[in-house]
Ligand binder design. Structure first.
Ligand SMILES: [Zn+2]
Length: 232
């Protein structure tokens, strides 16, 4: 006779896994099985900060199969330097563009970003990789004391900087220029519950509630949602 294995009631993670299987999965079983049978065809690559307060599925009202997500400290994009090193973010971008043929890339930073603050204040001495990584935000830093206003502006400047780096990826540039891929810069203001989208015409971030679009990449051609391509 097999002894019954009783779950450890203090193991919160185990309880959540069991709840997913017992409660959530049965309600969405068909969707998951379709995604297995037909494969995933997400239209969007979401490059976001790892911050626990940034929840891409909530912001975009999406579910399984809709977002291909790459997250890292600061929502940073490494430069396409041809080194082809062991770089997860770079590999994710290549996978999304060349194999999944996504139609949109979102770079999403956010308010109160610890990565941006650390870029000003310095990472712990032992965190060598973090020190190197945060150099990818250096160009966005302002020559001022990191006040709340300066931090917010830096978070936004960093989003635009990463979009510019994306355009150095040959496969990204090619698809954008062909009108098959659009880039979107987002800055999520946690305390307002609102994403501010980058608007290239205004050269600024606009609250989504007051915007006519979900963010324009800083690069032509700009493809509007009705498919119209607007030349530079
Ligand atoms: Zn962050």
């Amino acid at each position: 006779m097999n002894a019954q294995v009783l779950p450890d009631a203090s193991d919160e993670l185990l309880l959540r896994l069991q709840r997913f299987h017992a409660d959530y999965f049965p309600l969405h079983q068909q969707r998951f099985q379709d995604l297995v049978a037909q494969g995933q065809h997400p239209k969007t690559l979401f490059i976001g900060c790892s911050d626990s307060r940034l929840v891409p599925y909530l912001l975009t009202g999406t579910g399984p199969g809709e977002l291909f997500i790459v997250r890292n400290v600061g929502a940073l994009v490494p430069p396409y330097d041809g080194s082809h090193g062991l770089h997860g973010t770079m590999a994710g971008i290549e996978f999304a563009v060349l194999q999944l043929h996504v139609q949109r890339i979102i770079v999403c930073g956010h308010s109160h970003c610890g990565a941006i603050r650390t870029a000003y204040e310095g990472a712990p001495e032992e965190a060598k990789a973090l020190q190197s990584w945060l150099k990818l935000a250096d160009e966005a830093l302002l020559p001022v004391r990191p006040s709340p206003e300066a931090l917010l502006r830096t978070e936004q400047r960093s989003v635009v900087l990463q979009l510019e780096r994306l355009m150095d990826y040959p496969m990204v540039r090619r698809e954008v220029q062909a009108g098959r891929l659009t880039l979107h810069g987002w800055h999520y203001v946690i305390e307002e519950g609102e994403v501010h989208v980058f608007d290239v015409q205004r050269g600024d971030f606009v609250p989504a509630s007051q915007s006519s679009h979900s963010g324009t990449g800083p690069f032509p051609p700009y493809v509007e949602h009705d498919g119209q391509i607007i030349a530079d």
